[in-house]
Write a protein that binds this ligand. Structure first.
Ligand code: UGA
Length: 439
């Protein structure tokens, strides 16, 4: 059984390399010629811990290759192959709904390429509006009658992508035949042998598991951030509140860290696309709460800007602001909908001179926000700053010595947008330490 993976973003590259690690021969495809050239050369065009090494190993072992050509891919894979589709579903411009252009084009292209082959399985991994798999199955039945569709959503987190793919919490497969289930059980045999739970279900349930999981995570984050708003008004401490909640096993402490809120290429656009789809299905009321979840999340960004202005004595005009962090979360260089950069850009627009430092995402940030200044280290960014904003919780920021940083700045004022620094240590070194949701 040969495997192909169409679309080589975070998800596709990781999936391809991990399937090769599981012992299969894998070919990845992307329409981006430069990306494919880099991948074929063993270079991963983004930062993901452990992925580059895994890729190189698998390429060297002859199990992993890449192409831009669907005909080559189909001929290589032959009959009985499993083709995964893992292209992106970004938010449509000016709308909540997902842009399905890439998904539709990928399925259309693979269907045409395998039209005259024997049996094969085409498995969707992209996050899609419920109903997509059924629609695509109808189209495939016309174009490639020997091919069958299955849906296998992906739950990996950026920063832990390899680990999450090789040791997932669960596998979910939406299938319409025993053969499709058998193919996927064979493919994931090693994981199933390790007792990874498997849910075998229909198409719409498989599609909904994915978006409801991300919605639930967004709800948890916005819940604690709403509590942070109340804590700010009541003079309470949201970190202690969160800690106390976390001891209740029904609530749990994960994704209950208050701060600047969620960003990235998934949570924000997924909850919006889910609301849009619910509207089409006539159940928009069921998901009306997600609008509030989104609003709470966006208010944290505005509140952080306000806090920075307060710390600069009421005006950001002409102030020097250091921003630590640009990625949407640590262990990633992904800046899609990054709360940190959103705050940095807003502060810049209010007349401050903003200097950003991120351990991995500086190059990406510079491309998207060329008018911000960039530093090569956290200390360089802090030089002569009127206030420091800690906005992405990289470990290296927690390891900085507050006294040493204090010797560089104009004013010892720091805002911890992620509630991750040691407040007591910063205060002991003479800093005015402020964090969201705490006195
Ligand atoms: C998320 C999900 O966690 C994955 O399960 C899913 O597969 C993925 O989306 C996807 O749909 O592809 P990811 O976007 O990599 O993964 O990032 P998360 O770790 O979920 O973090 C999302 C955002 O929430 C980050 O900006 C993070 O800083 C923020 N966050 C997280 C908080 O603000 N507070 C928390 O307590 C936890």
């Amino acid at each position: 059984m040969r495997i192909t993976v169409i679309g080589t973003g975070y998800l596709g590259v990781t999936h391809a390399a991990c399937m090769a690690e599981l012992g299969f021969e894998v070919m990845g495809l992307d329409v981006d010629v430069e990306k494919v050239a880099a991948l074929a050369d063993g270079r991963v065009p983004f930062y993901e811990p452990g992925l580059q090494e895994l890729m190189r190993e698998q390429i060297a072992a002859g199990r992993l290759s890449f192409t831009t050509d669907y005909a080559e891919l189909a001929a290589w894979a032959g009959d009985g192959a499993v083709h995964f589709v893992s292209v992106g579903t970004p938010q449509k411009k000016g709308e909540y709904a997902a842009d399905m252009t890439y998904v539709d084009a990928a399925f259309e292209s693979i269907a045409r390429a395998i039209a005259h082959q024997g049996r094969s399985l085409v498995v969707g991994k992209s996050t899609v509006p419920v109903g997509t798999a059924a629609r695509i199955a109808d189209r495939l039945a016309e174009l490639a009658p020997n091919a069958e569709v299955a849906w296998n959503p992906e739950f990996l987190r950026e920063g832990y992508a390899v680990q999450d793919t090789l040791h997932p919490d669960r596998l979910v497969i939406g299938v319409r035949s025993e053969q499709a289930e058998a193919d996927l059980r064979h493919l994931y045999a090693r994981l199933l042998a390790e007792k990874v739970p498997l849910v075998v279900t229909d198409f719409p349930t498989a599609e909904l598991v994915k978006v409801s999981a991300n919605s639930f995570l967004a709800v948890k984050i916005s819940f604690i951030n709403a509590m942070a708003e109340v804590c700010e008004a009541a003079g309470a401490d949201v970190m202690q509140l969160s800690q106390a909640l976390s001891y209740d096993p029904r609530i749990g402490g994960r994704f209950l860290v208050p701060g600047l809120g969620f960003g990235g290429g998934c949570l924000p656009k997924d909850i919006r696309a889910f609301m849009a789809r619910a509207g089409e299905l006539g159940v928009d009321q069921a998901l009306a709460f997600l609008k509030e979840v989104d609003a709470i999340n966006m208010r944290r960004r505005a509140r952080t800007v306000d806090l920075a202005r307060e710390q600069c004595d009421g005006s950001l005009l002409g102030k020097r602001v250091a921003v630590w962090g640009a990625a949407f979360k640590p262990e990633s260089d992904d800046i899609r909908d990054s709360p940190a950069l959103n705050v940095a850009a807003s502060i810049h627009l209010q007349g401050a001179q903003v200097t950003v430092y991120d351990p991995k995402a500086t190059d990406n940030a510079r491309k998207m926000f060329p008018t911000l200044s960039y530093a090569d280290s956290a200390l360089e960014a802090a030089d002569q700053a009127d206030v420091i904003l800690h906005l992405t919780e990289w470990k290296e920021f927690r390891e900085l010595d507050p006294a040493a940083v204090g010797g560089l700045v104009r004013s010892t004022r720091i805002i911890d947008g992620r509630n991750a620094l040691d407040a007591a240590a910063w205060r002991a070194a003479g800093w005015t330490y402020r964090a969201l949701g705490r006195p």
